[in-house]
Design a protein around this ligand. Structure first.
Ligand code: 2HA
Ligand code: ZN
Length: 212
């Protein structure tokens, strides 16, 4: 079985490719993670290695204990995901306690996205919603949206209203509005904490002067 040919991996590659085509991923900007279903984990077990060291998760995520995530690598380019999935993406396993992770596939010469704290915090919050819970966290650098954060006041309601007025699809796509986080240090626990607070009310959060 070739892991890259699994439907979930193909859809991951498609999102990375689409985001790149839109110009949302200059160089290594942005990152993506997907929480595997039980059936997908089962189907891929033969491909997993168990030799990589465990790494501590600073803010433990007990609800994600035993989960597996396909994610982009730190410093890897979304554009390259389709050309070399196993170099640019990897799968991590979260231990039962939710306080450590290890690589089990891919990222042959790398490590998980620098935004892992935010990905894990938001997955932990959202994984229980809906029928099977939410599975995708996607971070992009859309230039026009970033430019707006230099112009508009960084206020959830005001920002949401401007976006609703700009494109008639917007109120349909995000009727609950979007959250705005003031500038935060990328990759930090503080970024994760600030995003988590906004994600309690929204599905989309904008990091001012940075991206979604
Ligand atoms: O992956 O976008 O925020 C690079 C980044 C960090
Ligand atoms: Zn970023």
């Amino acid at each position: 079985m070739n892991l890259e040919e699994q439907a979930f991996a193909q859809e991951f590659i498609r999102l990375a490719t689409d985001g790149d085509a839109r110009g949302w991923h200059e160089r290594n900007g942005g990152n993506l993670s997907y929480r595997l279903t039980a059936a997908e984990i089962e189907a891929c077990t033969d491909c997993f290695y168990n030799t990589a060291p465990w790494n501590a998760i600073r803010t433990a995520v007990p609800v994600l204990g035993g989960s597996f995530f396909l994610l982009t690598g730190s410093g890897k380019c979304m554009r390259n995901v389709r050309f070399a999935p196993a170099e640019n993406t990897g799968i991590i396993e979260i231990n039962a306690a939710g306080n450590a992770y290890r690589l089990v596939w891919g990222l042959t010469d790398g490590k998980p996205t620098s935004e892992l704290p935010t990905h894990l915090a938001v997955h932990a919050l959202k994984c229980t919603g809906g029928k099977e819970g939410n599975r995708v966290i996607y971070h992009a650098h859309p230039a026009h949206l970033i430019a707006l954060t230099f112009i508009l006041p960084l206020d959830d309601a005001l920002f949401t209203r401007e976006l609703w007025e700009m494109d008639i699809e917007n109120p349909i796509v995000f009727p609950e509005g979007i959250g705005i986080v003031p500038w935060v240090i990328p990759g930090s626990e503080a970024a994760a904490a600030a995003t988590l607070e906004k994600m309690r009310s929204y599905r989309v959060v904008v990091w001012a002067h940075h991206g979604t």
